[in-house]
Design a protein around this ligand. Structure first.
Ligand code: SF4
Length: 423
């Protein structure tokens, strides 16, 4: 790995900037330390920007006492979509063309407009409002700043920090309760309006017509502030900004600079005839062939398993109707055992009944006998920092005392549509 010494000189941090570091310190370095300005436009970002612009106009008009009709807001959306979609848009899925993406956003606008018209459920305080607050870290003062899509006052007097999401996926409540962005904005809102009694964090998942709400208590806000401070401190002490490869690499605009992707970048520059002689290319091609064979065998095994199940069922039927327990063949004989057994709901088969059963057993002394340690859940919970305070400390201590570090290497193949497209 590269060992160039770097230093972050930022005085301001936004939640998304902190998020970039949490996901990959190297990407953070490229963007905020080396200040290599790059934007990666995708159909999703074009739709998102256009939908946000449409809602900004909508609520700016509503705040001025005028409720625009849907056509006007759709017009704003269309205009922004057309302005945003240019040749720099990186389309990853050939099944969806520009027109399909335009419809996705138009559908979001229509769904939201229909569900909230005449927009009198709250009072808009500001749209696209910059909010921020100072934070003291290791004796230095920094600022956390960002833009709230919309700040509203609900009829019960609560402030609502509203965010619009055009994502295809709809996260669950746990995800909303773990969100940093709006929670950090809440700290800013509370500083600006110290008399605010209640603040709600609200996400409109406009592709689904669903709204998620999260409310944080004093303890959660104190933890968030401490966590944000700890992260800033970590950034300030970091000089290596090690790459952290993961699923987000697919969307990273710095892949050509990143040491993790040095080989694909090098191979992409080779003439096709030379590529085949590269050691790495040969190894991956051999592995891809093995994987294809493995898949064929797995499919075959699946078909054989289905045949086997059918043959077993036929023999059992025949034995039962003949009143025998052993059936003779030319090369072997089959013994048939028939017994009634109790099947309990499984997590995958009958999730709801399984959860209800677990809930009941958990409340009885039986739990101590039938529950088993789920080490995976413990490690995953720790990684996602699912717990806080004493529970988190306990999980950390258990993993520190019983866990051992082992180097686990794994290889994952990803198909390319065009074998000659190495980038
Ligand atoms: S390609 Fe992946 S590892 Fe490299 S900087 Fe981007 S996100 Fe980080």
């Amino acid at each position: 790995m590269e060992t160039r010494l770097e230093e972050d000189r930022s005085l301001k941090f936004s939640p998304s900037k902190l998020g970039v570091y949490r996901n990959c310190p190297r990407r953070y370095r490229y963007r905020y330390v080396d200040k290599i300005s790059r934007t990666r436009k995708t159909p999703e970002t074009v739709v998102g920007t256009a939908v946000h612009a449409a809602f900004e106009e909508l609520y700016a008009l509503v705040a001025g006492g005028k409720v625009p009709d849907l056509g006007l807001i759709q017009g704003v959306y269309d205009r922004e979509f057309e302005a945003g979609w240019d040749e720099s848009v990186v389309e990853k899925d050939a099944r969806f063309a520009r027109g399909d993406w335009r419809k996705v956003g138009a559908g979001c606008v229509e769904l939201y407009y229909g569900a909230h018209h005449p927009f009198s459920e709250d009072r808009t305080v500001a749209v696209e409002k910059r909010v921020g607050f100072p934070i003291l870290v290791d004796g230095h003062e920094y600022r956390i700043e960002g833009f709230v899509d919309r700040l509203a006052l609900a009829p019960d007097g609560a402030f609502e920090i509203v965010d619009y999401k055009t994502a295809k996926s709809l996260p669950n409540q746990e995800h909303a309760d773990a969100d940093w962005q709006l929670a950090l904005y809440e700290l800013a809102v509370r500083r600006e309006w110290p008399d605010a009694k209640a603040v709600r964090l609200k996400w409109h998942y406009v592709r689904h017509g669903k709204t998620l709400v999260s409310i944080r208590d004093d303890a959660a806000r104190a933890r968030l502030l401490a966590d944000a401070g700890a992260l800033i401190s970590e950034i300030k002490r970091d000089h290596a900004f090690e790459p952290r490869p993961g699923p987000l690499c697919d969307w990273c605009e710095y892949r050509d600079l990143c040491p993790v992707f040095a080989h694909p970048v090098k191979v992409a520059a080779l003439p096709p005839a030379e590529r085949r002689h590269d050691d790495g290319v040969r190894l991956v091609e051999a592995y891809a062939e093995i994987e294809e064979r493995r898949k064929r065998l797995k499919d075959e095994l699946k078909a054989v398993e289905a045949e086997r199940e059918k043959a077993e069922s036929d023999i059992a039927d025949w034995a039962e109707s003949a009143g025998v327990a052993v059936v003779a063949g030319a090369r072997a004989q089959a013994s048939v055992t028939i017994r009634d057994e109790t099947l309990l709901p499984t997590k995958t088969g009958e999730a709801e009944r399984h959860a209800a059963l677990e809930d009941e057993v958990r409340r009885t002394p039986l739990w101590a006998d039938v529950a088993r340690l789920d080490g995976h859940a413990l490690l995953e919970g720790l990684k996602a920092r699912r717990w806080t305070g004493e529970l988190l400390a306990l999980a950390e201590s258990l993993v520190a005392r019983y866990g051992r570090r082992a180097r686990k290497r794994s290889v994952r193949l990803k198909r390319r549509a065009d074998p000659d497209d190495q980038s």
